[in-house]
Ligand binder design. Structure first.
Ligand SMILES: C[S@@+](CC[C@H](N)C(=O)[O-])C[C@H]1O[C@@H](n2cnc3c(N)ncnc32)[C@H](O)[C@@H]1O
Length: 206
């Protein structure tokens, strides 16, 4: 059944993944954790993104859709600036509190990317990693706009482009380009299993 549905990502999306918040709260949690922690490639990818972000020398970082905190931990290995993680799934945040126990300078909060509970320009750099791609186009648009509002200097995105039952696949770099916001970099992530994109937008030009 699962394999058959794989041939129709649109149908599978409606059946299994109609509400991403519910998916990440009820189903995504522990399966995602095992998948991520069980594959060395996933850790290498998080480390690669963390190193890339650190090159911009941000003074504060917000991760939108932080999940159980894998990327936050990798970023903490590169820089000691304050980090805030938000996620709209209470179970993901609960896992993050465990996973990040003892990691200094990290605050976590329950929030949707469409309505970030922060003032304009609050964070030097905002990052998303495999988050926008899980949301339908109008929601994805609202998240990007919130990031542009709350970010001060940089928005870094690791978002895949390919479409699957739980991925809409967006060209985030093109979104910034269309709005006249320059990109400091854009390209694939080395050895990523999917059609990946990592881009960093220069928000002060917005
Ligand atoms: C694939 S996981 C990625 C987690 C983390 N960014 C990482 O790289 O390990 C996607 C996470 O984004 C969260 N998420 C998806 N859409 C969101 C939204 N609109 N607002 C807040 N969190 C969201 C989910 O709850 C889930 O924890």
């Amino acid at each position: 059944m699962r394999r058959a549905l794989g041939r129709w990502p649109g149908v599978k999306r409606r059946l299994v993944y109609a509400d991403p918040r519910e998916y990440w709260t009820l189903r995504g949690g522990i399966d995602y954790f095992r998948e991520q922690e069980g594959q060395e490639g996933r850790s290498m990818r998080a480390d690669w993104v963390a190193r890339r972000i650190a090159r911009y020398r941000p003074t504060s970082i917000l991760e939108v859709g932080c999940g159980y905190g894998k990327l936050i931990r990798a970023i903490r290995g590169q820089t000691d600036v304050p980090i805030v993680g938000v996620d709209f799934s209470p179970t993901q945040l609960e896992m993050a509190r465990d996973y990040l126990e003892g990691v200094d300078g990290v605050n976590l909060a329950l929030a949707s990317g469409t309505r970030l509970p922060f003032a304009d320009n609050s964070f030097d750099l905002i990052v998303t990693s495999a988050v926008i791609l899980h949301n339908a186009p109008p929601i994805a648009e609202a998240i990007r706009r919130e990031i542009v509002r709350v970010g001060r200097h940089f928005a870094a995105h690791n978002e895949d482009i390919d479409v699957t039952y739980n991925r809409y696949g967006y060209d985030t770099a093109a979104w910034y380009h269309d709005r006249g916001i320059p990109l400091a970099e854009v390209g694939p992530i080395p050895s990523a299993p999917y059609e990946s994109q990592f881009c960093v937008a220069e928000l002060w030009h917005r």
